[in-house]
Write a protein that binds this ligand. Structure first.
Ligand code: AMP
Length: 480
């Protein structure tokens, strides 16, 4: 009797094996339940990433966690798996995941849904820009998990469409952004409505981020139950960029930026590229101009209606066009596999933004390149970025590109297309032996000694030529 039951079981397992991809044993070893292992197998997640290895078992043990890992290293699944595994069916809104942008809400929820496909746990994304009525349809059934942007969650709470009385798990994704000045009050508002929420209560909080300043960490801990475990994926702390990204910058005058960008796109022939601008108007104008010059591109920024933004992202993901012109609003939410190039058309004011931008490429170990167009008066911004990422970004030149003298009709205030940064004193970095077309360079990854830019940059290396020379409009379009 016993034997036949075993044989039956074995037979069942074997036939299962024929129909399903093999169980990812490394996830099973972390304590992940079979229903989720099946989803992981469907997704071909075979090996847990570092943050997943660290976070999943501790979260399953019920402790509060501050998790730090570089962007694109599987943070979403790291918190989603233990929540899905611990959640019980039928308890509405027992888990809430707060994220800073609409795109991220869509993306995080989509990942949760993929992982939950063989479980009875349901999730819904909520975010501004979409009609509340449309979201209400899904909220009516009381999904167990809610993923949303703070503003929309507050709106839904105020209208009594959702309640947090059953909430047991709270996740803040991109905590550095969620607890910065802009969102702090909203987060406080939401957390204060969770029944009995606080360090003494039985809620589990998981806060994840690529960076944690000491101020943000202190703030985050106010909401957490001691002993809080801080789990840092190896490498997350010392260099908050993805190692696989080759990073370069061009020294270019503002009036030459457009020409350089166009030539760069033609030479590099990117599979998928994102070009970052500081302003919506800048992104709009740049997209228009590139389009007029025959480069297939679209723009994404806060002026676009939500449905249009979603359409743009869908078409970008499916490769209908290769070049996306984006503002930073979009940078946090973009998880598109195969982004080969990030071009910082405008230098970000905040160095952390640089980290987030370039984190859009080289996802999960793929290769990627990042270029930044830096004008001579932006040495200070460049230095701040280099200090943050703890490496010197090598300068490169583009063969055939000729810097022009200041055009007679040039004004610094030309809208959008060019940097509008007011002139600043030229910084030491640019006082070193350096010629804009001369190709002084340093190897990628030269560490910066504390707070200074390495003198190694002055070391002359042969000029580097960038990329393929087939113009973009003479290439065969990729099929997907
Ligand atoms: P995230 O950092 O959560 O945005 O994840 C980055 C990308 O990696 C997403 O496209 C995930 O679907 C994917 N991913 C997450 N975990 C794994 C894993 N263990 N193996 C393969 N891909 C993964």
């Amino acid at each position: 009797m016993q034997i036949s039951a075993q044989t039956n079981n074995l037979h069942h397992r074997m036939s299962d094996k024929a129909e399903h991809p093999p169980v990812p044993e490394a996830f099973a070893a972390l304590g992940v339940r079979p229903s989720i292992l099946r989803a992981l197998a469907d997704l071909s997640y075979i090996t847990p990433s570092e943050i997943q290895t660290l976070l999943i078992p501790r979260a399953l043990a019920g402790v509060d966690i501050l998790g730090q890992a570089r962007t694109g290293t599987g943070k979403t699944a790291a918190f989603a798996i233990p929540i899905l595994q611990t959640a019980v069916k039928g308890l509405a809104f027992q888990g809430i995941v707060l994220v800073p942008t609409r795109e991220l809400a869509v993306q995080v929820e989509a990942e949760i849904k993929r992982l939950a496909v063989h479980t009875p746990i349901r999730s819904v994304p909520v975010y501004g820009g979409q009609k509340i009525a449309a979201q209400m349809k899904f909220l009516k059934h009381g999904p167990e998990l809610l993923v949303g942007t703070p503003g929309r969650v507050i709106d839904l709470l105020d209208r009594h469409i959702i309640s947090l009385e059953n909430t047991r798990f709270v996740v803040l994704d991109e905590v550095d952004r969620m607890l910065d000045i802009g969102f702090r009050d909203d987060i406080r508002n939401i957390l204060s409505r969770i029944k009995g929420f606080g360090p003494e209560a039985g809620h589990q909080t998981i806060f994840v981020s690529a960076t944690f300043s000491s101020e943000i960490e202190k703030l985050a801990r106010q909401y957490m139950r001691e002993p809080v475990e801080k789990l840092i994926a190896p490498g997350a702390d010392d260099r908050p960029t993805v190692d696989q990204v080759e990073q370069y910058y061009f020294s270019v005058q503002p009036w030459d930026k457009y020409v350089l960008l166009r030539m760069l796109l033609e030479r590099e022939n990117p599979d998928l590229a994102i070009v970052f601008c500081r302003t919506k108007r800048g992104a709009e104008k740049l997209a228009k101009k590139l389009h007029a010059d025959g480069i297939e591109c679209r723009e994404i920024h806060g002026n676009l209606a939500q449905n249009k933004r979603e359409r743009v992202m869908k078409n970008f993901r499916s490769g209908k066009f290769d070049v996306l012109i984006a503002t930073d609003l979009a940078s946090r939410g973009i998880d598109v596999a195969d982004i080969s190039h990030i071009i910082n058309y405008d230098v970000p004011e905040d160095p952390e933004v640089y980290v987030h931008r370039i984190g859009r490429t080289a996802r999960m170990g793929a290769k990627g390149k990042a270029f930044m167009l830096v004008s001579r008066d932006q040495g200070e911004e460049l230095t701040r970025i280099e200090n943050l990422i703890n490496m010197v970004i090598p300068v490169v030149t583009l063969e055939g590109f000729e810097a022009r003298p200041t055009p007679a009709d040039w004004t610094d205030a030309k809208p959008g297309m060019e940097s509008t940064t007011p002139s600043k004193p030229v910084l030491s970095r640019f006082e070193r032996p350096y010629s804009p077309g001369g190709g002084t360079s340093a190897p990628t990854g030269t560490p910066v000694p504390d707070g200074t830019v390495a003198a190694a940059v002055a070391m002359p290396l042969p000029p580097r030529t960038i990329g393929s020379k087939i113009p973009i409009n003479r290439r065969h379009r990729r099929r997907r």
